[in-house]
Design a protein around this ligand. Sequence first.
Ligand code: SF4
Ligand code: SF4
Length: 147
Amino acid sequence: MIVPFIKGFANTFKHMFRKPISVNYPDEKVPTFPRYRGKQVLMRDENGLEKCVACGLCAVACPADAIYLEAAENNGTVQAGPRYAELYQIHKTRCIFCGYCEEACPVSAIFMGKDYELAVYSNQDFIWDKTELLVAAPGTPPASQAR
Ligand code: SF4
Ligand code: SF4
């Protein structure tokens, strides 16, 4: 009867001197694996213009029907080409983070990012739009700091 107790205490004692594997989250973040697929990021080109040409291939490739976008004519101030995505949304409860949108994009405008802090408190926040997906324009604070 005493043997299980001794085994248990010995196990506890053994772990007391090992390096802890827990981190002080959220002050300390857990590093992600190189191929981790988190929240998507919409990219800008070297001139700070949006790379997305609103072709819709990502939406077609998406197996979860999570992407919705609306194209608009561009006057050169938003995108280098003739069209840009006036509206670009990803439904976060549908997305399965497969990465097909990234693979389908012909201009490398969308990438799977590393952000894993995706919990929200309201169903109003179930959709990511460009304010959350698009990288900040040069000289402007990131969207998270602008709010
Ligand atoms: S990661 Fe997959 S499921 Fe999510 S938006 Fe892209 S294609 Fe759709
Ligand atoms: S993100 Fe890429 S694939 Fe999707 S609409 Fe924009 S350019 Fe096309």
